[in-house]
Design a protein around this ligand. Structure first.
Ligand code: MN9
Length: 312
């Protein structure tokens, strides 16, 4: 199990919704084909990006099944099952294993905060036991869960009681802690980077894989960044990261994930808006976003596909 690693760019996928806010699963298959054609190396389903927390459990399983079926084994599908109810998370993990997921990942409960390492280990042991045959990655995202547990300690202790613990999805900006996690016990753990606007810093500290939302809309930009870094062209890598920062800052002038879904619509994938509390952009806001992205040149450098003429 420890041989498996998540490498390269992994898209944190969106959950397509229709105008009524119901699942629109038909969009998933063409979107997956597009992402793989753009060089994406894996999919992370029902995370923050995919609004896992805003879906009913049955919907999470339906979205999981749709992504697994559309992917058909071409790249690993990671399914995020975090839940305020640890028992529900465990059940989602079992359902994902049955659906054919390759990897399980979970945030910790966040309504009642997880305040110490052992409590986190206990929660994740229970969740990971729902899919004992699959590798498990704890999803560390303290800005959203409110739990700022030391990840080095978590890995050390978690390894003792979670047999399928393989690593972390690390969505924090502490590069020093990320590096320590990567180097722990001779690189025993797979620690995947989760902050797209700091990919270059993560590569410099040893990242081999990254999971993120903006890889859905600009994979070629990030591939070029990784290539530049691998070829020791740090100036070029920095220039490309700077474009990604500009892109993210522009999108973040609006509610971020609803705006990202609008960008996907501009690229030809009608994934609708977000569930409440995030909501949707109005037509007018979507038009403003298009102009803002146009003015920074996104449609030239962000993606190798041309935006469709009239999708929003
Ligand atoms: O986990 C994403 N985080 C959230 C991944 O959605 C909270 C990231 O990919 C960010 O969307 C990205 C832009 O800030 O770094």
């Amino acid at each position: 199990m420890h041989a498996q690693r998540l490498t390269g760019l992994i898209a944190a996928t969106y959950t397509p919704l229709d105008a009524q806010g119901e699942l629109a699963l038909d969009v998933i298959s063409p979107m997956v084909d597009h992402l793989l054609a753009q060089g994406i190396n894996g999919l992370y389903v029902c995370g923050s990006t995919g609004e896992g927390m805003s879906l009913i459990d049955e919907e999470r399983s339906a979205v999981t099944q749709a992504y697994v079926t559309a992917t058909a084994g071409r790249v690993p599908v990671v399914v995020q099952v975090g839940h305020n109810s640890v028992a529900a998370a465990r059940r989602l993990a079992s359902a994902a294993q049955q659906a054919g997921a390759d990897v399980i990942s979970a945030t910790c409960p966040s309504y009642f905060k997880v305040s110490h390492v052992q409590a986190l280990v206990d929660c994740m042991a229970e969740v990971a036991a729902g899919a004992p045959e699959l590798p498990f990655y704890y999803y560390h995202i303290p800005a959203l869960t409110g739990s700022t547990i030391d990840m080095v300690e978590f890995l050390r202790r978690g390894a003792e009681s979670i047999p399928n613990l393989v690593g972390l999805k690390y969505t924090d900006t502490k590069l020093h802690e990320f590096q320590e996690c990567l180097e722990l016990e001779d690189g025993r753990f797979d620690v995947v980077w989760g902050c797209d606007e700091m990919l270059l810093g993560a590569l410099a500290t040893g990242a081999q894989g990254a999971i993120g939302s903006t890889y859905n809309i600009a994979a070629p930009l990030y591939q070029r960044l990784i290539n530049a870094f691998d070829n020791e062209n740090v100036n070029e890598a920095r220039r490309l990261q700077s474009l990604s920062i500009q892109m993210i800052r522009t999108i973040a002038r609006h509610p971020f994930h609803p705006a990202m879904k609008v960008v996907l619509a501009m690229l030809g994938f009608d994934v609708g808006g977000c569930r409440l509390p995030q909501g949707s952009l109005s037509e007018g806001e979507a038009q403003i976003l298009r102009e803002q992205l146009n003015s920074i040149g996104f449609f030239e450098w962000g993606t190798l596909t041309q935006p469709l003429q009239s999708s929003s």
